[in-house]
Design a protein around this ligand. Structure first.
Ligand SMILES: Nc1ncnc2c1ncn2[C@@H]1O[C@H](COP(=O)(O)OP(=O)(O)OP(=O)(O)O)[C@@H](O)[C@H]1O
Ligand SMILES: [Mg+2]
Length: 681
């Protein structure tokens, strides 16, 4: 029933109802003016005990927002448990009505954006995010001037839906940025995303994504590639693709940083220029190679910008998205990259890398009478060990001399070279074994059959310690084969008096730094009601069990990645490869994280396409080996190994894989886990 009065405001008629609120046409007798009164439902107050406090606080901030492009909020209050906003009465209809009446020309759309963009930016500068920007929230005055309405009001409605039950789920998420659909903390770039969706809709009359339910629509914003606007409307200028894909980039770092920047970019395109904003993504910025560890450690003042070498990428969100109602949504998805990244100039490798990369570089100083065949050396390594069909194989770095080292067909993991360069260490079930690559002699060095989990075992670079995760607890003990092979109980392991026993978090894996003074552990961290694999770098030099010094932790709040990090590798210094799981048990996206810049760069060197796994640094860090399975060729596509200079991975192009016999990998979900042996002196 329509109230007669709300506060001091006389109610004349109902203007309409949106997702949660009812808006009335009212009259303010004090200032003798027409007003619109927006009443939020009383459930909000009951559902959230903090609501009143927050409402008071945030309503004040919203009411301070003054801009000619924003519908002013005159007053806020509460009546009969119902919070309400009083705002200017704007009666020229909404953008939603206008789009229904017909699509906009590019010029008309730009004119509208131009009018509202400064208002949006001003709000963002004050830290206010709209959160519900959409055509029905852009209202026109009698004179046809567009104004943004409902600024920040969504904070009180959909923002709280997570803590409310069932019925209070948001309205249409057609304009919702991926990070918003994913329940993350928001900034103004969520509104930039919505603005790009609105532009898409003004020009085509359609929303970029369609789905049967709000939930699946939200998921499309998270997972589906940005649609090509020219496929919907072919007669648009071709640069509109770039405007939309930048505005709607899944990764907000890749979006326009302000609404005005978006408008300026469009105007530059209209003038026939290639605007700087778009160009900046194409700029190769690698001035020095952070991949060369010697270089980095000698000269710390390398430019952090180097690693932000960008191309427009789509960061994928992973398995297990938490959405509003607390539902877990296991997602598997595949997203090709925007194709224009392929137009990047091919980077040439730095002289530093070339010096170490030539195939066939040999131990030239070896006395001539010694007949040991010299091996090719690339990236400081000479042999590659890897798994294929559950068995270990080795070959030279150029693919020659391929041979198998085991042939028991038992599933293996955790493959690594021991410092002697002769022995490979690996795990099979809950047993750690070694095999000599020439004599093929195998040995069990440590077994812990009774443990529910025994997930990793890594020997320190000097060969003196082992870091392993047993029952999700981390042990760092002397690599004492005698003691290890006889230990069957936790007590015996603790009695080895190792450097560290750490069980405050669920540790799954631990890699060593080059100097042996740090560990990068992978552990399960609670995140949005699900558990997410997280990497933490710990300083263990002091061997203090209590709480090793934490040097960095990611993804966490640093960047978005998959909840499941199927594999990761460390160059022992600043850089990490992360691997998500998109399909076939672990082929997914390759991310390169720099602990100095704290940035993640998503890499897709093979023509910009998915899917990669097991990216591993070469011994000197200048090269990278990884497995690739082309998503374009379907789930049964073959697996190939690539060994490439690390600082060329930002460039997507056609590349040659290591020559292996045709169809060498037979299982589509094979896990090569390559390990490269440091070149033998
Ligand atoms: N300041 C205003 N002046 C005049 N009409 C308004 C004003 N604000 C909203 N309206 C009208 O009231 C109706 C309901 O608005 P409301 O904001 O509740 O819904 P919505 O914008 O569709 O969705 P949401 O609740 O997500 O904002 C709409 O038809 C809208 O055009
Ligand atoms: Mg509205």
């Amino acid at each position: 029933m329509q109230p007669e009065k709300i506060g001091r405001y006389e109610i004349k008629s109902e203007l309409g109802r949106g997702g949660m609120a009812t808006v009335y046409h009212g009259y303010d007798p004090r200032f003798e003016r027409e007003v619109a009164v927006k009443v939020l439902p009383p459930e909000l107050i009951h559902a959230d005990p903090q609501f009143r406090l927050r409402f008071e606080r945030e309503a004040k901030i919203i009411a301070q927002l003054e801009h000619p492009a924003i519908v002013p909020v005159y007053d806020v209050g509460e009546e009969n448990n119902q919070p309400y906003f009083v705002m200017r009465y704007v009666n020229g209809g909404s953008l939603s009505d206008r789009i229904k009446a017909g699509t906009f020309s590019v010029e008309a759309a730009v004119k509208l954006l131009e009018q509202i963009a400064p208002g949006l930016d001003e709000a963002h500068a004050k830290g206010i995010v709209h959160r519900d920007l959409k055509p029905s929230n852009i209202l026109f005055t009698n004179n046809g001037v567009p104004l943004i309405s409902d600024f920040g009001i969504a904070t009180f409605t959909q923002g709280e839906a997570g803590s409310m039950t069932g019925s209070a789920i948001i309205g249409t998420p057609a304009y919702m940025a991926p990070e918003q659909a994913n329940g993350e903390a928001l900034d103004g770039r969520a509104d930039i995303y919505a603005l790009a969706v609105i532009l898409y809709e003004m020009l085509t009359g359609k929303q970029p994504y369609q789905a049967d339910t709000p939930l699946s629509l939200a998921i499309k914003h998270i997972t589906d590639p940005v649609p090509h606007i020219l496929e919907t409307k072919a007669n648009l200028p071709i640069w509109m693709e770039k405007v939309i894909s930048t505005g709607m980039a899944k990764n907000r770092d890749e979006r326009f940083s302000t609404a005005v920047e978006m408008v300026e970019t469009i105007k530059a395109f209209q003038r026939g220029e290639t605007p700087t904003e778009i160009k900046k993504h194409d700029r190769p910025t690698l001035k020095v190679s952070p991949f060369n560890k010697t270089f980095v450690s000698k000269k710390k003042r390398w430019r952090p910008l180097a690693m932000i070498a960008g191309f427009l990428v789509v960061i994928l969100i992973g398995v297990g998205v938490f959405l509003f109602s607390g539902n877990m949504l296991p997602l598997g998805f595949e997203t090709p990259f925007p194709t224009f990244t392929a137009a990047l100039p091919i980077e040439t490798s730095s002289p530093l890398i070339e010096a170490t990369s030539s195939i066939g570089e040999t131990a030239a100083t070896a006395p001539t009478e010694v007949t040991i065949p010299t091996l090719p050396v690339i990236g400081g390594g000479d042999k590659i060990a890897f798994l294929r069909n559950n068995d270990i194989w080795v070959m030279n770095v150029d693919g020659s001399d391929l041979r198998s080292v085991t042939n028991d067909g038992v599933e293996k993991f955790n493959l690594e070279w021991l410092p002697d360069g002769q022995t490979l260490l690996y795990m099979a079930g809950k047993t750690v074994k070694t095999v000599d690559i020439d004599s093929l002699r195998e040995e069990i060095i440590f077994s812990f059959i009774s443990a529910e989990y025994f997930e990793s075992f890594h020997v320190s670079p000097d060969g003196k310690q082992a870091a392993f995760s047993l029952a999700r607890e981390l042990y760092v003990v002397p690599f004492d084969l005698e003691k290890l092979s006889s230990a069957t109980k936790k007590r015996e392991l603790l009695a080895m008096d190792g450097c560290l026993f750490y069980n405050k978090i669920a540790v799954k894996d631990a890699l060593w730094s080059d100097d042996g003074g740090k560990l990068a552990i992978k552990f399960l961290a609670p995140s949005n009601n699900v558990f997410a694999d997280t990497i933490r770098i710990m300083d263990i030099k002091l061997c203090q069990d209590a709480e090793p010094i934490r040097l960095d932790e990611f993804p966490g709040a640093r960047f978005r990645f998959n909840n499941e990090i199927i594999n990761f590798d460390w160059n022992g210094d600043l850089l990490f490869f992360l691997n998500s799981n998109v399909r076939n048990g672990g082929f997914g996206d390759m991310g390169l994280y720099n602990t100095f810049t704290h940035k993640l760069e998503k890499l897709a060197p093979i023509e910009g396409y998915c899917c990669y796994r097991d990216a591993t640094f070469s011994p000197d860090g200048t090269f990278v080996i990884f497995a690739f399975q082309d998503i374009r060729l379907g789930p049964d596509s073959s697996i190939n190994l690539y060994y490439l200079p690390a600082d060329t991975l930002s460039t997507s192009r056609t590349l040659e894989s290591i020559p292996l016999p045709d169809g060498f990998f037979t299982r589509r979900n094979d896990t090569p886990l390559p390990a490269i042996r440091p070149a033998q002196k």
